[in-house]
Design a protein around this ligand. Structure first.
Ligand code: F6R
Length: 619
């Protein structure tokens, strides 16, 4: 979380930094701040969105052709102006912006305070600024550009080993005009190479419109940027290998178009998104799917006996669906683990197990760490990831991209359906090397290919869902209930609702609710039942009756023309009839729309819900 942008060149830094940081607001939006060097160091800060910072610099603009900027997701210290970045060290000798967490900041702070240093904030970042300033003061090298810059690099390099935790850093100093020093450990940083200007950012979206040539900084690397040069150094300040990548951009993807919010735009994109997730991967002649990037030859693939899927949040729910898909189509055991738990466990993992990390952003700290830990232990790792060039995409042994396009709304929608589509194809791919027959493989591919049109038809439930939202938007609690493939969808529906509408919601296996959550049921607590036709239809209907018998209102998501459920439920949302393994895709749409409309009626900030950030780069 937190976004960083740096610019050094010949143009006015302020508008470039503000534009860049606004694109990174998805990483956090508690406060923001900007510093430029123009003879002296100048700083502006604001609590709240980047728009608040814009207002401040409109009346008090910052001149200067180099600077750094930050948007914060608070970890240490309240959301206040004092805690907003940049933080200064050595009475303005350096300014620092930081993404990550310094775990030993308390110890470092006490040591620095013992030396007489006064702290102005409650943040962990401020210790970095003071540490760098103290090493700068003790540097034998003269200040200035050119060779003298080594003094600043050296100060940063000497400060870094003291820090325990994660960081993406950008540092400027009035003693070294036009220079930005960046450093990375665990939090992403990308260098943008321009013509007579260079950029630094937490991710490449901040560079759109300025450059397509980028270098992804590796852990323990330092970058030194000036208008005419960009040096990448290792931890010993020796020149490091740096590959220049060319960005692909999809114009228009980052615009809302005619939609009121990114979330609703992204919900509507889903038919095309699943089309793109399948494109070039279906092999109808062999009734299977192909993936170019798994980096396992057919013999190795056949030897895989078990998968561990690890992820967070919505991506975790996709993994739970993946477990069912692999069981059904590949007859392979799958274990699904929250990445934040898995990374600190030490489970015995047999050979021939691959670890699959599922992530939209490719930057989620826990998922990245879980994959690193698996690699360390010799497991082949695979990333199912949306963002090309992200840390996870670059670090795994093999991968599959979702091709969902940028997902801007903080609540994940289209990335989820793309994940489920890719997992279905992967299950077919593994299945066809094992027990899945040609006929079954061919049938699944046919059914999948029909899904974009089926989702287009499903979106027609929009008005009906909006109407139901009007009836229930004032409630305080909701239950989401489903079984088998639809238990993860109950979890996902509840997560969507709570994250954007702030209504407390719980997802449960429909039968399991009798073991506790049923105590919540009363006339003010609606239950959303996922009850399309399938193997467990009658069972779920019995659970629905149990809720009705206790006076709980029921919203049923059911197969079109299901008159039976119509007679029982208070409200019904119809979805097209599809095989059970595709029900997560068709039920995702009404669940997302229901959360969206309830949040809209409650006046919530849908694309930027409180306390959240799109990319969770701290653990
Ligand atoms: C919920 C949501 C989050 C993410 C989670 C993992 O709508 O977006 O729960 O799914 O933070 O993020 P990624 O997929 O980027 O690893």
């Amino acid at each position: 979380m937190c976004g960083i942008v740096g610019y050094t060149g010949r143009r006015d830094a302020q508008p470039i930094l503000l534009e860049g940081i606004a694109r990174l607001e998805y990483r956090g939006y508690d406060s923001s701040g900007l510093a430029t060097v123009n003879g002296k160091l100048y700083v502006r800060k604001a609590v709240g969105r980047v728009a608040e910072l814009r207002k401040i610099v409109q009346t008090q603009p910052l001149a200067g052709t180099s600077g750094i900027c930050h948007t914060r997701w608070a970890t240490h210290g309240n959301v206040t102006e004092a805690n907003a970045h940049p933080h200064l060290g050595g009475d303005g000798a350096v300014a620092v912006v930081h993404n990550g967490v310094i775990e030993n900041y308390d110890t470092l702070k006490r040591e620095l305070q013992a030396q007489g240093i006064k702290f102005k904030s409650q943040t962990d970042t401020e210790v970095i600024a003071h540490l760098i300033a103290s090493f700068l003061d003790s540097s034998p090298l003269p200040p200035g550009e050119g060779l003298g810059v080594r003094a600043l690099v050296d100060a940063v390099r000497r400060a870094l080993p003291h820090l325990k935790g994660t960081y993406g850093l950008a540092v400027i100093s009035p003693r070294f005009p036009n220079v930005i020093v960046g450093a990375r450990l665990g939090s992403p940083l990308v260098v943008g190479l321009g013509d007579g200007e260079n950029f630094l950012a937490s991710d490449a979206s901040a560079l759109v419109g300025h450059t397509k040539r980028v270098i992804y900084l590796e852990d323990n690397q330092i970058c030194v940027l000036a208008p005419e040069r960009a040096d990448i150094l290792d931890a010993n300040a020796a020149s490091a290998h740096a590959e220049v990548h060319t960005l692909e951009s999809a114009p228009g993807d980052a615009d809302r178009g005619d939609f009121e919010h990114f979330m609703i735009k992204e919900i509507y994109e889903q038919p095309e998104v699943i089309e793109r997730a399948m494109a070039g991967r279906l092999d109808e002649a062999e009734a299977t799917a192909h993936f170019g990037g798994l980096n396992l030859d057919p013999q190795q693939l056949r030897q895989v006996e078990r998968l561990i899927m690890t992820a967070c949040g919505t991506s975790y729910h996709a993994a739970l669906i993946g477990e069912h898909l692999f069981e059904q189509f590949a007859r392979m055991p799958v274990e699904v683990e929250y990445a934040s738990e898995f990374r600190y466990r030490n489970p015995p993992i047999e050979r021939n197990t691959i670890v699959v990390g599922i992530t939209q952003s490719g930057e989620t700290a826990d998922t990245l760490a879980a994959l690193r830990e698996s690699k360390r232990k010799g497991q082949h790792t695979i990333g199912i990831c949306n963002v090309v060039g992200s840390s996870i995409a670059r670090e795994v042994d093999g991968g599959v991209f979702l091709h969902a396009g940028p997902e801007i709304g903080v609540a994940s929608t289209k990335a989820f359906t793309a994940q489920v589509t890719v997992l279905t194809l992967l299950a077919v791919h593994f299945g066809r090397m094992r027990h899945l027959s040609y006929q079954a493989g061919a049938r699944i591919l046919n059914e999948l290919q029909a899904m974009p049109d089926i989702l287009r038809a499903t979106l027609k439930c929009h008005d009906q869902v909006a109407e139901i939202a009007r009836k229930y938007h004032h409630v305080a609690n909701m239950l989401y209930l489903g079984r088998q493939y639809l238990f993860p969808m109950a979890l996902e529906g509840a997560l969507k609702l709570k994250e954007i509408s702030y209504i407390h919601a719980e997802g449960y296996p429909a039968a399991e609710m009798k073991h506790g959550p049923i105590a919540l049921v009363d006339e003010n607590t609606p239950s959303v039942f996922l009850v399309p036709h399938g193997n467990v239809y009658d069972k779920v209907m019995s659970n629905l009756e149990e809720i009705k018998a206790r006076g709980g209102p029921v919203i049923a998501i059911a197969t079109k023309d299901d008159v039976h459920v119509e007679a029982k439920a208070d409200d019904i949302i119809h979805v097209p009839s599809v095989p059970e393994y595709l029900q997560p895709l068709v039920t995702a749409i009404p669940l997302q729309l229901l959360a969206y409309h309830i949040a809209l009626l409650r006046g919530c900030d849908i694309d930027k819900p409180r306390n959240l950030a799109k990319s969770v780069t701290v653990e």
